[in-house]
Design a protein around this ligand. Structure first.
Ligand SMILES: [Zn+2]
Ligand SMILES: [Zn+2]
Length: 389
């Protein structure tokens, strides 16, 4: 029998040892089967293939950035305690990342995916005097940033999803959604003479429970958890990941078609964009960012750009996975009836460059128009790179 390389021996050993073993059990198994294999070599190789072992970055196998779910040969163990490993399971153990730090040296960390947080408002605790005016502000300008109390201030990060639940008095339920746009910071408590932790939330939807229907708690799925999961004692804790898809879907269905405007009144262009002037940032509308609408669009069209066919994963590898903008095709509003978005009919995946070009005109170009303007076929890739500097 031909002798496999050491990482293959380790892989076989962990399977044979039912997915959980100490270093010495792995060594004993390998030496028992293959005879003379150096224990130090085995131990080094175990470190190399352990996704969360901090010393793994000292070996050449782990010098290039990658995610632990990228089908590499070297990501199959997970360290549970000193000298003990189990078979790595991305769902259970999370995604780990080898990345290059600011000094250009390989380093590792747990890969941060966006988390959804539940913020809470109890009118008995905080009289939100500005609510009515802020609902108006969001309706008229399409933009509203509020400051809210956040319990998970050490974990919360920019880009995380936010839902706001109203508690205490009826009606109780989800009344707002948005995204976290700051790290946590300390500021004066609204009632007590002390500091507390806040984050900034960029809201895409804010309903006034006194005048608008809200998504009631009894209509939310609580899985196997008690219903109380939607009426937390603290504001700003993570929502159970298994409940998020259902929440996003229900919230989308509930708010889609409701009389919630997404742009300054009178404008036909639902995309706000700031590509000219002080910023090259494209501000995405709530439909373009909505996780449910986005998911339905991408499930249908895939992740390649509808204009230039650029595919981030194909080009950049794992870090490009799932990266793409979603563009809302301009709808000419003809009726007074509330606007409803159909993720397949109205949305398309586009890369950020093409997205910026679509919005070069006040009434955005359509996809076919922009396609017809492309002068260089396919080296869209090098165009993308040129734009970086
Ligand atoms: Zn493109
Ligand atoms: Zn757009």
């Amino acid at each position: 029998m031909e002798r496999p390389v050491v990482w293959q021996m380790i892989k076989e050993a962990i399977e044979a040892l039912n997915g959980s073993a100490s270093y010495s059990e792995i060594e004993d198994y390998i030496i028992g089967k293959w005879g003379d294999v150096n224990k130090g070599t085995i131990e080094k190789q175990i470190i190399v293939v352990t996704v969360n072992h901090t010393s793994r970055i000292h070996y050449p196998e782990n010098h290039k950035p990658r995610l632990s779910n990228s089908n590499s040969n070297y990501d199959f163990l997970y360290r549970t305690s000193r000298g003990h490993v189990v078979k790595y399971d991305p769902v259970k153990h999370g995604i780990w990342e080898v990345f290059l730090n600011d000094a250009g040296k390989p380093a590792m960390r747990k890969y941060n995916e966006a988390v959804s947080y539940l913020f809470a408002w109890n009118p008995a605790d905080f009289a939100w005097a500005e609510l009515g005016r802020q609902v108006e502000e969001l309706r008229e300008s399409g933009k509203l940033v509020i400051r809210w109390r956040c319990q998970s201030h050490k974990k919360v990060k920019i880009g995380d999803r936010a839902f706001l639940v109203r508690l205490g008095t009826e009606p109780k339920g989800i009344m707002a959604s948005g995204y976290v746009t700051s790290n946590s910071f300390k500021a004066r408590h609204w009632k007590k003479d002390k500091l507390t932790d806040y984050v900034l939330l960029d809201l895409d939807i804010l309903l006034n429970p006194d005048t608008d229907p809200i998504l009631k708690i009894e209509d939310l799925n609580s899985g196997d958890y008690p219903k109380k999961i939607w009426t937390p004692d603290a504001s700003g804790n993570p929502i159970k990941p298994e409940l998020i898809h259902d929440l996003e879907e229900k919230w989308f269905m509930f708010t889609d078609g409701a009389n919630i405007s997404t742009a300054p009144s009178g404008s036909n262009d639902p995309c706000r964009n700031y590509t000219e002037g002080q910023s090259s940032e494209i501000i995405l509308t709530r439909f373009e960012r909505n996780p449910y609408a986005r998911g339905a669009c991408l499930e249908h069209y895939g992740y390649a750009c509808s204009v230039c066919e650029f595919d981030f994963k194909e080009y950049y590898g794992e870090i490009g996975q799932n990266f793409i903008h979603v563009h809302h095709l301009t709808q000419i509003s003809t009726a007074e009836k509330p606007y409803e978005v159909d993720p397949v009919k109205d949305l398309r995946p586009v890369c950020p460059n093409c997205h910026a070009m679509l919005h070069k005109r006040k009434i955005p170009y359509n996809i076919a128009e922009l396609k017809s303007m492309i002068k260089i076929k396919k080296p869209a890739y090098s165009v993308t790179l040129d734009n970086q500097e």
